[in-house]
Design a binder for this molecule. Structure first.
Ligand code: GDG
Length: 506
């Protein structure tokens, strides 16, 4: 595919978006909004743009369409500000935002008990089932007085906004926080005022056996919720297939058509599709050329010196399998002593969900695992592992430019955007070691070394191979990865969703 082909796809996408939204309004419903407000010391409101593909994908478009983003307030300032046009870029783009402000205890149950960890751990196959989860009275209370309540709040807010628009509306719901809202919304609205519902799930959907962890009432409510949408999007075909199988096993009176990717339930069809999410290739390249990134790059080059660099960039999150990554590195140093003193493992970690106990514990455990490698193999001349914890995206991008091997060994991952960002900005023809359980593997396996995430032995071998791979092969893999990523970037992700709405004549 040439640059011109990529340009053509982009133009087609832009034309489709413009045409699509010339006749429709848009509502986005997600746990997080596109901006967060904070009160400065002088009392003025300051805003910070949130990350995430959807904000990026919609930034250019949003000026020209009737759009509202509904989200939970993340700060007191969000809750006070409540509703209005929020700034999105320095150049003056704005978006209409409405923040919902549930009671603190309601939000706690919805977010910190049900969404994370209960659903997140379940969907990433991370529960240690002989011991956890323990679904006790407190969990049920969090479900009924937290998750259900917040989903109702979303449904009510969406219904209000839909009625305020004078034209047909597309509602794009995001992720596992909002599984129940579509059913509440459908039940609330009369047939002719109902919007088109498109729900995209960013995380894996495991098979029906795993959903048995949840009591029938919870899992049925989730499936009923999702069977109220018109188009249900997953990252991969396998996730979509697992959803169909889960409906067949756990949703009485659901009628599943595998070939068409469709579930009939309560006289309504839900079309199940895969829309692999991606990155904004152009915007990332611009950032990679910035002075700020260049500054961090010099720092990282100084840290690594003339050694080879193994890199990982993740949230400090158990599903990312960070500890096994260190164990694999240790095993490589043990079996291939020629690498000792000649390679550095840099783990750049963004602190995540530290108010959930499992995440606090995990951060402690992974720091201890890194310390063990350094204590065993390091000396005054050489520190094998460096862990940098902090929120700093430009620094992460700088590191991605200079890796020799990028390790993405997640236990389970919806997509994993780092696996797409790395090859896009890397300047050393670095190798990608990719978990077969990351959604990105569906698209990128032909340019990556694919590993099974629990197989520390194979991961160690893959690290060794990556560091010793002939230059020609590295070049070939790196250019294939760039090509695969460029042809399906974030604009294509949005475009494919809109196309499915058009094709299905919804
Ligand atoms: C979920 C799913 C799915 C890195 N350092 C910083 C920072 N980053 C960027 C990364 C990457 C993003 O954050 C993380 O995205 P991932 O896809 O790797 O992982 P999750 O956060 O788990 O995302 C995942 C994704 O949703 C999209 O659907 O791919 O499977 O789990 O772009 O480079 N971001 C910020 N500060 C940093 O310091 N803000």
């Amino acid at each position: 595919m040439t640059n011109r082909d990529v340009g053509d796809i982009r133009q087609r996408c832009e034309a489709l978006q413009t045409d699509f939204f010339s006749r429709r309004a848009l509502i986005i419903a997600a746990n997080r909004g596109p901006v967060t407000f904070d009160k400065a010391e002088d009392g003025s409101l300051q805003f910070q743009r949130g990350g995430g593909g959807l904000v990026t994908a919609l930034t250019g478009l949003i000026q020209h369409i009737d759009a509202t983003w509904i989200a939970c307030a993340q700060t007191d300032a969000d809750a006070t500000w409540r509703e209005g046009n929020a700034p999105l870029t320095e150049s003056g783009h704005t978006i209409r935002v409405q923040f919902l402000a549930p009671e603190a205890s309601t939000y706690e149950g919805y977010y910190n008990v049900i969404a994370n960890p209960l659903l997140w751990f379940l969907q990433h196959s991370m529960w240690d089932v002989p011991r956890a989860p323990v679904i006790d009275r407190a969990t049920w209370r969090a479900w009924e007085e937290g998750y259900v309540v917040v989903n109702r709040l979303f449904a009510e807010a969406i219904a209000r906004q839909v009625r305020a628009f004078s034209r047909p509306t597309l509602v794009m719901l995001q992720d596992y926080h909002l599984y129940l809202a579509p059913r509440f919304l459908r039940d609330k609205m009369r047939r002719r005022e109902r919007p088109t519902l498109l729900h995209f799930i960013h995380i894996p959907w495991p098979g029906p056996e795993y959903w048995r962890i949840l009591p029938p009432a919870m899992r049925q409510a989730i499936l009923e919720g999702l069977c109220a949408v018109d188009v249900l999007g997953f990252q991969t075909q396998e996730d979509g297939l697992n959803f169909l199988r889960t409906c067949e096993s756990h949703l009485p009176r659901a009628y599943v058509k595998y070939k068409q990717g469709r579930v009939w339930y309560r006289n309504h069809a839900t079309h199940v599709r895969d829309f692999p999410i991606s990155i904004d290739v152009e915007a990332l390249k611009v950032l990679a050329r910035s002075n700020e990134v260049a500054g961090y790059r010099s720092e990282i080059e100084k840290l690594v010196s003339d050694r080879k660099l193994i890199l990982r960039v993740d949230r400090s999150e158990p599903s990312k399998n960070i500890i096994r990554g260190f164990q694999a590195f240790e095993e490589m140093l043990e079996h291939y002593p020629e690498h000792r003193g000649r390679v550095k493992f840099l783990a750049i970690l963004v602190p995540s969900r530290l108010d959930v106990d499992e995440y606090q514990d995990y951060l402690g455990e992974l720091m201890a695992a890194a310390g063990r490698v350094n204590a065993t193999y390091g000396d005054s001349q050489w520190e094998p592992v460096r862990v940098l914890v902090g929120e700093n995206y430009p620094r992460a991008v700088a590191a991605l430019q200079v890796y020799d091997a990028l390790l993405v060994n997640a236990i389970a991952d919806g997509m994993n955007l780092v696996a797409k960002e790395g090859p896009t900005v890397n300047q050393r023809d670095g190798a990608l070691i990719l978990s077969e359980r990351a959604g990105a593997c569906q698209q990128l396996e032909s340019g990556a070394t694919v590993i099974s995430p629990c197989d520390v032995y194979a991961t160690a071998e893959a690290l060794h191979q990556a560091l010793t791979m002939p230059a020609e092969k590295r070049r070939e893999h790196a250019s294939r990865l760039r090509w695969l990523i460029e042809q399906e970037d974030i604009a294509a992700w949005l475009c494919r969703q809109l196309e499915s709405v058009v094709e299905l004549k919804l």
